[in-house]
Design a protein around this ligand. Structure first.
Ligand code: PMP
Length: 353
């Protein structure tokens, strides 16, 4: 750290992404990526865009925004594309929180919310999940800040129903409620259909998980057009070319190859249920995940130890050194073959201890 760094930045604890080790081939079940490659059509589009990468991309992202809007059944003016959904989330912290408006979110949720609050100099109002890790929506009623809820939540995968989401949105008419739907395609019901009814609702989604584009960095926000224009103000005040040309191309393919997307989601859901059942047979307790990951613990071995032993066997999962969840590991759902190898490795570890 240099001696010039300001207090706000020097004092914050940056987000720690999951490991991306290069020293050996791992079965990577630690960052909720898709095990399936991007759509072939998308790769072709990206390839053509690469031929003209000397030109800036369209700052309005017109073509892809239209495709996304059509896909969701909303207007183009109700969508903003961003560099991963992390960017639109950060825009929401910048736009809708300040020293009098804290960010309100759960104690166990996406770790970046706290960092976005800190980097923007915003207070965090943290609401503990219930003992069973579910969200009690009554805790979010009539809030004095901007509400951020991941649905399904991370790293638990637990889903709130559309009715529960609506209850929160409806009970905070003078507050923005952000619903982070990064994992919604794996079994949840999106709140997108509520945006015409509530002018305080902002939904964020990503191409990183269900559309196999974590490496391309593409996400979006969906909301009433006034909210989208607020977020556009920030985009045009920070980085007008936030979504690059190659990503616009590959994203287009991801939307157009709809069958590929759907069948990948189905495979992930199938393999999640397979893995969950196998872990239950081995004595694990799991949350009811509607995401592309499982959150599991066993009395037989601690979370950190299990994570380390799996790593020795070439399998990476995620362990969080956070008190309430330190006995758990989070397992991203890979291919069927990877999940069979994972289950086998867990069995071996339990026999060895
Ligand atoms: N929200 C949640 C709940 C997440 O887990 C993630 C992935 N780390 C994101 C948002 C951001 O994903 P991305 O920036 O890749 O769209």
């Amino acid at each position: 750290m240099s001696r010039f760094l300001n207090e706000r930045i020097s004092g914050l604890k940056p987000y720690v992404p999951g490991e991306q080790p290069k020293e050996r081939e791992y079965i990577k079940l630690n960052t909720n990526e898709s095990p399936y490659p991007p759509s072939k059509m998308g790769i072709e589009f990206a390839n053509s865009e690469a031929q003209i990468a000397q030109l800036y991309p369209d700052p309005d992202c017109k073509e892809l925004t239209e495709l996304v809007a059509n896909e969701l059944g909303v207007k183009k003016s109700q969508v903003i594309l961003t560099n991963g959904s992390d960017e639109v989330l950060n825009f929401a912290f910048m736009a809708y929180c300040d020293k009098n408006t804290p960010a309100v979110f759960a104690d166990i949720t996406y770790g970046f919310y706290k960092v976005f609050a800190d980097v923007n100099g915003i207070e965090s109002k943290i609401i503990p999940l219930k003992e069973d890790f579910t969200i009690d929506v009554n805790d979010y009623i009539n809030q004095n800040g901007t509400v951020f809820i991941a649905n399904p939540n991370a790293p638990t995968g637990i889903l709130l129903s559309l009715d529960q989401i609506e209850k929160v949105v409806k009970s905070n008419p003078n507050r923005i409620v952000v619903i982070d739907e990064a994992y919604i395609d794996f079994g949840g019901q999106s709140a997108v259909k509520l945006i015409d009814k509530y002018d305080n609702l902002l939904i964020t989604q990503t191409f990183s998980k269900s559309r196999s584009l974590a490496g391309a960095r593409l996400g979006f926000g969906v909301a009433n057009e006034n909210i989208i224009s607020d977020l556009m103000r920030i985009k045009y005040s920070t980085n007008p070319y936030n979504v690059n040309r190659l990503t616009l191309g590959i994203g287009k393919g991801a939307i157009l190859e709809k069958e590929y997307f759907k069948s990948n989601c189905e495979k992930v859901i199938r393999d999640r249920e397979f893995t969950k059942n196998e872990l239950i047979k081995l004595g694990f307790t799991l949350t009811n995940s509607s995401a592309n990951f499982l959150f599991a613990k066993t009395d037989k071995i601690g979370g950190k130890e299990l994570y380390l032993k799996l790593k020795e066997k070439g399998i990476l999962v995620r362990h969080f050194d956070v008190d309430r969840i330190k006995n758990y590991i989070r397992i991203s759902i890979g291919s069927a073959e990877q999940m069979q190898k994972f289950v086998l490795a867990v069995k071996e570890i339990l026999e060895e201890i």
